[in-house]
Ligand binder design. Structure first.
Ligand SMILES: N[C@@H](CCC(=O)N[C@@H](CS)C(=O)NCC(=O)O)C(=O)O
Length: 220
């Protein structure tokens, strides 16, 4: 029986990007459905993720999987066992999951506050964002990817945020190349992978989107 794989997405979402990268790493064909997230969530999204009503949602043969890290792990367990994203050794797996959780708890909220706010709030969030990225840069060390020589789970978790770098730099006045050059080198290496290059939107398009959201947030 032919498999049906649908991904409910919203193009600037780093969470959606994770799912797209993982599917492309595994060579899975999927039907990408763009949601009108800000104005009109589809009945399918509300039916498939009634708890959070958020994208991404992966629908595999009619069954939904929600939450980006859970989706990436599901993809890893379902397809392409010859090219795993999570390491096989339990402690290495735990380490990858720990830092991926750190990305969601520290990197995402600090970055979001940095580009949406102004003044002292922006400065504090920018500092936190840069500190968080430096921490991850230390974790990367001198290896090609977070998992060593292989592109893996933590790379998938973090690389979407590279598409936000230009917007965050422009809206907050900082340079990631100066602050964390090794991490930027890692990001450029990831961008050479087709799975990543096809899944990350143009940084200028992200900037235009964020500038519009920012105007709305600040007018409230
Ligand atoms: N923890 C979730 C976060 C997903 C998320 O925040 N999705 C946003 C788009 S970036 C969304 O669907 N927002 C719609 C809403 O909040 O109503 C994950 O990892 O998938």
């Amino acid at each position: 029986m032919a498999e049906e794989v649908i991904l409910l997405d919203f193009w600037p979402s780093p969470f959606g990007m994770r799912a797209k990268i993982a599917l492309r790493e595994k060579g899975v064909h999927f039907d990408l459905r763009e949601e009108e997230l800000l104005s009109n969530k589809s009945p399918l999204l509300l039916q498939m993720n009634p708890v959070h009503k958020k994208i991404p949602v992966l629908i595999h043969n009619g069954k939904p999987v929600c939450e980006s890290h859970i989706i990436v792990q599901y993809i890893d367990e379902t397809w392409g066992p010859e090219s795993p994203l999570l390491p096989s050794e339990p402690h290495e797996r735990a380490r990858a999951r720990f830092w991926a959780d750190y990305v969601d708890k520290k990197i995402f909220p600090a970055g979001r506050t940095a580009w949406r706010s102004t003044g002292e709030a922006q400065e504090a969030a920018k500092k936190e964002y840069i500190e968080g990225l430096k921490m991850l840069e230390g974790e990367l060390g001198d290896t090609a990817y977070f998992g060593g020589e292989r592109f893996g789970f933590l790379d998938v978790s973090l690389i979407p945020f590279y598409s936000w770098f230009y917007a965050v730099e422009t809206l907050t006045g900082c340079s990631f190349e100066e602050e964390c050059p090794k991490l930027v080198g890692w990001a450029k290496r990831c961008m050479q992978r087709e799975s990543v290059a096809r899944s990350l939107p143009d940084q200028h398009k992200v900037y235009d989107f964020m500038s519009e959201v920012r105007k709305k947030v600040q007018a409230q």
